[in-house]
Write a protein that binds this ligand. Structure first.
Ligand code: SF4
Ligand code: SF4
Length: 195
């Protein structure tokens, strides 16, 4: 017996058993950068911009908790055939995101009503100078090519809002409940209120 009451050498055997078990286990080390990592499709690497969808509504810039989205635009008149007056539309001049401030919360992507912002799993944009982490709309647009396609439709999932609305419209207006007739107390057997 050892001075602690155990079998002598038991700790050594236990330690060697752990070493042997670890030696025979398959290594999970990823050899980055020689081998690209397999990232989950919803990884938050960088924010990509689909410029055609952006209406310069400014919602993303207003909701960003870090104030790291900078947008500039001008108005342009568009002649519409048959219309009395030309229409005005916003033209995006500048859309920058400062990734040195961004905390990757995703609020800008969530609030964009026109699906102009997307997560891309691209993460290899480290810079030596922090100033170079400010990326303009051209660079944000290039990252659109790395955005994964949306997940396949889940046949067991809830129907989309559009499907529910279409089904409701097809079904027509809901039937009105029949009015319930309240019989006057005088009609009750016995001729009135109970004493
Ligand atoms: S992810 Fe969050 S912090 Fe980054 S730009 Fe969007 S809203 Fe701002
Ligand atoms: S919320 Fe969307 S549409 Fe509005 S400015 Fe931002 S990216 Fe453009």
């Amino acid at each position: 017996m050892s001075e602690h009451g155990g079998v002598p050498g038991a700790g050594l055997v236990k330690g060697l058993a752990v070493t042997l078990k670890t030696m025979t286990r398959r290594s999970t080390t990823q050899q980055y950068p020689d081998v690209a990592p397999e990232l989950p499709p919803r990884s938050r690497g960088v924010i990509a911009l689909l410029e055609e969808n952006c209406t310069v509504c400014m919602l993303c810039a207003r909701e960003c908790p870090d104030w790291c989205i900078y947008i500039d635009s001008h108005k342009e008149e568009v002649a519409v055939p048959g219309a009395a007056r030309p229409r005005q539309r916003n033209v995006l001049d500048k859309f920058d995101i400062d990734f040195s401030l961004c905390m990757y919360c995703g609020i800008c992507i969530e609030v964009c009503p026109f699906d102009a912002l997307y997560w891309s799993p691209e993460f290899e944009y480290a810079e030596y100078d922090i100033k170079d982490l400010l990326h303009d709309k051209d660079h944000l647009g290039e990252w659109m090519a790395t955005v994964p396609p949306p997940p396949a439709h889940d046949p067991l999932g809830d129907p989309s809002k559009e499907e529910t609305t279409a089904a409701r419209k097809a079904a027509g207006p809901p039937a009105r409940p029949a009015p319930t007739r309240v019989r006057p107390e005088a009609d009750e057997p016995g001729g009135g209120a109970a004493s």
